[in-house]
Design a protein around this ligand. Structure first.
Ligand SMILES: [Ca+2]
Length: 200
């Protein structure tokens, strides 16, 4: 009896460790814009870095007199980028502004999506390069913004799950690694729906 009980405790322990490790492996990398201004392109790669979390600052307020640009590109010419702005709090509007570029075209053309506190919004790039630019003046700072930036594989036919892809309801095809990690990489949140406790 004692042996069986010890065996089942051990099995439970192993299962728990496995679940914890699976979750740890799923955490999206987090980057802070104010620590990487002007840095060379950050490359999104299907195997190593299919998506990241991108936040203006890890402080509760961004710095005044900032002019910062961070660039992203895809590893493959067939890939595109999905940008999901999850939170925005840019108080000094329109003096402090966020601009999201797809190549040389501004994606957040609507002034209401460049500052203030808009509701969540999303874009899918038509090029392989996205630049994020943030500018602030000398007065009134707030917490900034938080977004998810992920690879989109538009040319993968049917987006097969068994080959490491996940097809969002809006037809974006993302890495399966980004499913159920607590962040909306699809743009329509479908990668975060139907997540059981164990697979979450
Ligand atoms: Ca996700």
């Amino acid at each position: 009896m004692a042996i069986i009980s010890r065996f089942s405790t051990l099995t439970t322990l192993c299962l728990l460790i496995l679940i914890i490790q699976t979750n740890a492996g799923k955490a999206t990398e987090k980057f802070f814009m104010d620590k990487m201004c002007g840095q060379d392109h950050l490359v999104l790669d299907g195997d190593k870095r299919p998506g990241i979390s991108f936040q203006l600052t890890n402080s509760n307020k961004y710095k005044s007199n900032t002019n910062c640009t961070v660039k992203f590109r895809t590893a493959q010419p067939s890939q595109r980028i999905v940008i999901t702005v999850e939170k925005m709090d840019i108080a000094d509007c329109p003096s402090d502004t966020l601009l999201i570029y797809d190549g040389t075209t501004v994606l957040n053309k609507n002034a209401n999506q460049q500052c203030g506190s808009p509701a969540f919004f999303t874009f899918t790039s038509s090029t392989t390069q996205v630049s994020i630019t943030f500018q602030s003046n000398s007065a009134v700072e707030s917490s900034g913004f938080q977004m998810a930036i992920a690879l989109h594989f538009p040319t993968v036919p049917a987006c097969p799950q068994n080959l490491g892809f996940y097809q969002c309801k809006n037809r974006n095809c993302i890495s399966k690694q980004l499913k159920c990690d607590g962040r909306n990489h699809c743009g329509d949140s479908t990668d975060e729906n139907e997540c059981s406790l164990i697979s979450h």
